[in-house]
Design a protein. Structure first.
Length: 425
């Protein structure tokens, strides 16, 4: 076979599909999960801090370091299996420990992440999960455990992946600050399938929490958006009623439009990320292939009743902000058109005034020309009279001579003035 040149990224891109495998989990086990995010500018954060924080944890257990600039890591730390992943906005840690504690959801289980290490996190906790994975017993025993561990009013429970397991959570933060999930694994379910279920449950909680950041942003923006909506409506009302001069309205309208565009720019990433995270949540729930457990609400039911309204609020606010921005732009264009029309009328009146002034100036010029002919003729007649008088006989008086040369001199002067004016045009 003739050798071919490979694209320089061929192997990198192919290996990327296998870089983040699902965890493998034996039942019973305890899973603790942590997601950390910078409070501001998380996308532009210094990602080396994430890696440094991971290495600090690995050094406490004498574990091998990841590759430089790594975005994911999996390995053993003491008696725990650790998976670390770096995402666009956040970092996640998943630790799996064989066996479960006698006390369900014992806070001691979370001590795989030491308190002093947690206090130096390069960010803030978005969510943390304690997941108890046990062998599935009879349905009555499962129902008893769920009643003891979770709040019945908000409990979501379902059989998943063709009855491979029963997963449950009430999506409430307990007294120790963690979300609780329970997974009852059916006998014969493989370690890899159990690991996939664990991964999906952690992802559902993580992306739910991240998408709710968009809802929090919307709640902050709503009063300001409402105020801008009222201001824009008032300005448009003044435009309709002609209660204010367009030149006075235009600055206010432009300021409102600029503020709306600024809000849109500031929120565009969060709105986009919220939509993407929501899609992942719904996709992960769909991948579980839920079946109802004794008539209880499933994860999909829970999200439809409690999560979807928040996401619809985010989408509605995004559309509202865009609609307000479009309205402001259209109103600004209409107002500028009105201002341009009024200025065109003013310019037309100014041109007419200039025409009248030019006509008056022309008439004045003609008058001045006539006076100038008379003045020049007067001096010219005097000069010609002085010049010709010595040459005439004594019988011709000076007055007669002056009268005789007046008309020819005036005509000559008039003709000369017309000639000069003609050349100047």
């Amino acid at each position: 076979m003739t050798p071919m040149d490979d694209h320089p990224l061929r192997y990198t891109l192919a290996n990327e599909l296998h870089a983040r495998p699902f965890p493998v989990a034996e039942t019973p086990c305890t899973v603790v999960f942590l997601a950390i995010k910078k409070p501001v500018a998380a996308v532009a954060r210094d990602r080396s801090e994430d890696l440094t924080h991971l290495i600090d944890l690995l050094d406490r257990h004498g574990a091998q370091h990841p590759q430089p600039n790594a975005t994911h890591f999996a390995g053993q730390i003491g008696r725990h299996w650790l998976k670390w992943e770096q995402h666009t906005e956040f970092v996640t840690y998943t630790a799996i420990t064989q066996n479960v504690s006698d006390r369900p959801f014992d806070p001691v289980d979370f001590e795989v992440f030491p308190k002093d290490w947690l206090s130096t996190c390069p960010g803030q906790r978005v969510t943390s999960v304690m997941l108890r994975v046990v062998d599935r017993e009879e349905d009555d025993a499962v129902k008893t455990a769920l009643a003891d561990w979770f709040e019945p009013e908000s409990l979501a429970v379902a059989r998943v992946l063709d009855d491979s397991a029963i997963c449950a959570s009430d999506f409430r933060i307990d007294a120790t600050g963690h979300m609780r999930f329970a997974l009852f694994v059916t006998e014969g379910t493989g370690r890899r399938r159990t690991g996939r279920i664990i991964q999906r449950l952690c992802e559902i909680e993580t992306y739910k929490a991240m998408s709710m950041l968009g809802f929090a942003r919307v709640k902050q923006l709503s009063p300001r958006i409402g105020a801008l909506d009222g201001k824009l409506t008032d300005l448009m009302g003044q435009m309709t009623n002609n209660s204010a001069h367009p030149d006075e309205l235009l600055p206010d309208l432009l300021a409102t439009s600029i503020e709306l565009e600024t809000l849109s720019a500031q929120c565009s990433f969060r709105f986009g990320a919220t939509g993407a995270y929501e899609a992942i949540v719904n996709q992960r729930i769909e991948a579980l292939r839920e079946e109802r457990f004794h008539g209880g609400q499933s994860f999909a039911d829970f999200m439809m009743r409690r999560y979807d309204p928040a996401m619809r609020t985010v989408k509605s606010t995004e559309r509202r902000l865009q609609a307000l921005s479009d309205r402001a732009i259209r109103a600004g264009e209409l107002l500028r058109t009105r201002v341009d029309v009024e200025r065109s009328a003013q310019n037309q009146a100014l041109l007419e005034s200039m025409d009248r002034r030019a006509d008056l100036a022309l008439r004045l010029q003609h008058t001045v020309e006539g006076l100038s002919v008379v003045a020049v003729s007067y001096y010219a007649v005097s000069l010609v009279s002085y010049l010709l008088y010595p040459l005439t006989s004594s019988e011709v008086s000076k007055g007669t001579l002056t009268a005789a040369v007046t008309i020819p001199v005036v005509l000559i002067v008039w003709f000369a003035v017309r000639k000069i004016r003609g050349k100047l045009r």
